[in-house]
Design a protein around this ligand. Structure first.
Ligand code: C2E
Ligand code: MG
Ligand code: MG
Length: 591
């Protein structure tokens, strides 16, 4: 604290008072006292028995902004702002440090730690009191503030700022309480629901984060309507909400609530005049005393949510024990996958695509295989979804594209008849979110000196449905280069005819589920015929997948289906096997 030069008059003023009140103190002693207290960096105030101020030090004057003559002869109570209300209160606090505040001349408060002590008590008349006040440090003030605001802080730490709902921390604490209750009372059960909004990112990206926030608040309000006072609704973070149903946490009631929640999402939300629809996937686990830890409950609800997300938008899943094992398997698979790329455990197989009339091979579809050192050959249907989830699909797809293109370039040089061979490569949905997908493809093709027309990319309907605009823009760029595009597995997804028109596909691949029952079921035959006509109308080529029998081949030829692939002609072949077919069969598959 800065000391300001002392006013000479006020020095003498304080001394005179001390001298007058305590006649047995010599003038020299009074000067000593004054000098000593002026060296102290805390506020020191000398009081008589009536708590009238006799002397103050410079620190007090600096701290409170008074001149000395404004304080001398005043009651100390004029300076105290709180906690100490009257004389008895002050006397009770002798010899104890307590927190209080002095009032400054300008009316502001200074938080201080005050210590009052009797210093001179020859008799009652001569009693004096010294008040030493230390300005409270910043930390101490914060501590004080925390104490005062403890309940507010407790609330803030356990609630989400945006929605004012309980947050993850409070959710976990409440979950622990429910679990303990279930352990004490084995008849008690409760359920836990985790809701994850579908495509919330899209809302954020299209309408902006403020609108996204607004939607979260509205969803929180809407969900609250279905929550009993004993239940907990929390925002767990991002677009995830959690519900603990303590009141009637059985399966039947839980499903009733899920139904209500689903219905509530069928109504639109108003965002700044826009009408927006949202939906949520829900993972559910019914809990009782069999659960030992809160973490296990969350793990299971998450596993159920994961399954719900895989199914479709707006679906729910109730946890089953197998999901836990699936999740463990997935994790194991993910670990192994990471190593597999480095260890070169992947292999591309090549399934011939043939002209049905002539059996001439027009190209190959590259199909990935994983030769796991312990588990043997693992099907892509098993590991591609895991690789997509973890992002490993990106490096893996780069490898596949490069490998397939390199191979076809090599085979094109074998003979005259193999010059025009085409390689079909499957694209995964995740690849469309890669920023430089088109550039990567261009680079691969150019590095190999390959003709763009000899590369065909296969895309499933599910890829398109996730992000139609973006996918269309990417496909249009690829098409403009001369790369061919194929709609894979047609008939298994949404099969919207508008897609065929909207996207620049060259080829339509009829899913094998149509082909395989075609010889037994008339309706499949008719459907296949319709699809072929449709594709012709749109100017697309058709490839029938999964041809397994001679009858299917014959039928497809009669339906004027130009191309096909399937076990009847050849299974996916190793590179050596495929090369042999090209060489020995002069690029023709005789069956
Ligand atoms: P897809 O692209 O529709 O590939 C055709 C699948 O049908 C292949 O299964 C193939 O082996 C199988 N298949 C071919 N002919 C017949 C037949 O006559 N009968 C039967 N029952 N099946 C036949 P695969 O190799 O197990 O691949 C499954 C799926 O995994 C593929 O379906 C594709 O979606 C995906 N996939 C495979 N390789 C890759 C890849 O390199 N990258 C990406 N992103 N996905 C791939
Ligand atoms: Mg395919
Ligand atoms: Mg297919």
């Amino acid at each position: 604290m800065n000391n300001t030069p002392q006013d000479k008059n006020t020095v003498s003023l304080g001394l005179t008072h001390l001298n007058q009140r305590f006649s047995d103190l010599t003038p020299v002693a009074c000067i000593w006292i004054k000098t000593i207290i002026n060296t102290i960096n805390d506020s020191v105030i000398l009081l008589d028995k009536n708590y009238t101020i006799l002397m103050v030090n410079q620190t007090t004057l600096n701290l409170l902004g008074y001149r000395e003559n404004e304080l001398i002869n005043q009651s100390i109570f004029n300076l105290l702002s709180k906690n100490i209300k009257d004389i008895s209160d002050l006397e009770n606090s002798f010899n104890k440090t307590r927190e209080t505040a002095y009032l400054k001349k300008d009316g502001q408060k200074v938080e201080v730690l005050l210590l009052n002590q009797l210093i001179y008590a020859k008799n009652q008349e001569n009693m004096a009191i010294i008040s030493i006040a230390k300005e409270m440090s910043q930390e101490k003030r914060i501590e004080q503030l925390i104490k005062e605001n403890e309940s507010q802080l407790y609330y803030d730490l356990r609630h989400d700022k945006l929605t004012s709902l309980p947050n993850r921390r409070l959710f976990l604490e409440e979950l622990e309480i429910s679990l303990q209750k279930a352990h004490k009372n084995t008849n008690f059960s409760f359920s836990v629901l985790i809701l994850d909004l579908d495509q919330f990112k899209l809302i954020n990206n299209s309408y902006g984060h403020l609108m996204g926030d607004n939607l979260l608040i509205q969803i929180g309000d809407r969900l609250q309507q279905y929550i009993h006072s004993q239940d907990i609704l929390a925002r767990l973070g991002g677009d995830e909400f959690g519900i603990i149903l303590n009141h009637l946490g059985n399966l039947e009631h839980t499903l009733e609530i899920v139904d209500l929640i689903k219905q509530s999402f069928s109504r639109s939300f108003q965002l700044n005049g826009y009408e927006v629809y949202s939906s949520a996937s829900i993972g559910i686990t019914i809990c009782d005393f069999n659960y030992q830890r809160v973490g296990d409950i969350l793990r299971d609800a998450d596993a159920a949510l994961h399954q719900a997300k895989i199914k479709d938008k707006a679906s729910y899943t109730i946890f089953r024990q197998e999901m836990y094992f699936n999740a463990v398997n997935r994790l194991q698979l993910d670990n192994d996958l990471r190593r597999a790329i480095d260890r070169k455990e992947f292999e591309l197989r090549y399934q011939p695509i043939v002209e049905l009339e002539t059996q001439k091979i027009i190209g190959f579809e590259g199909l990935i295989r994983w030769k796991h050192p312990e588990k043997g050959l693992i099907s892509p249907a098993k590991f591609i979804p895991v690789a997509e989830e973890t992002g490993l699909i990106v490096p893996l797809s780069n490898w596949i594209l490069n490998e397939g293109c390199q191979q076809i370039c090599q085979w094109q040089k074998i003979s005259d008849s193999s010059q025009g061979l085409i390689i079909s490569i499957n694209l995964s949905v995740k690849q469309f979110s890669e920023k430089n997908l088109v550039e990567k493809i261009i680079k691969t093709v150019q590095n190999l000196g390959m003709n763009y027309h000899c590369l065909k990319l296969e895309i499933t309907e599910s890829c398109i449905i996730k992000n139609p605009e973006e996918v269309r823009s990417i496909l249009t760029q690829l098409k403009s280069l001369g790369i061919q595009l194929s709609m894979d597995d047609f008939g298994t997804g949404y099969s919207s005819l508008s897609y065929l028109h909207y996207f620049p596909f060259d080829t339509l691949k009829i899913d094998r589920s149509f082909i395989q029952n075609m010889d037994k079921k008339n309706d499949k035959l008719r459907l296949t015929q319709t699809i072929i006509h449709l594709a012709n109308d749109f100017g697309m080529e058709v490839i029938a997948e999964g041809i397994e029998t001679r009858e299917q081949w014959e039928q497809l030829k009669q339906l004027d289906c130009p191309y096909g692939q399937g076990y009847y002609f050849a299974k996916p072949l190793t590179a050596q096997e495929a090369e042999k077919v090209i060489l020995e069969g002069n690029n023709r598959l005789m069956v």
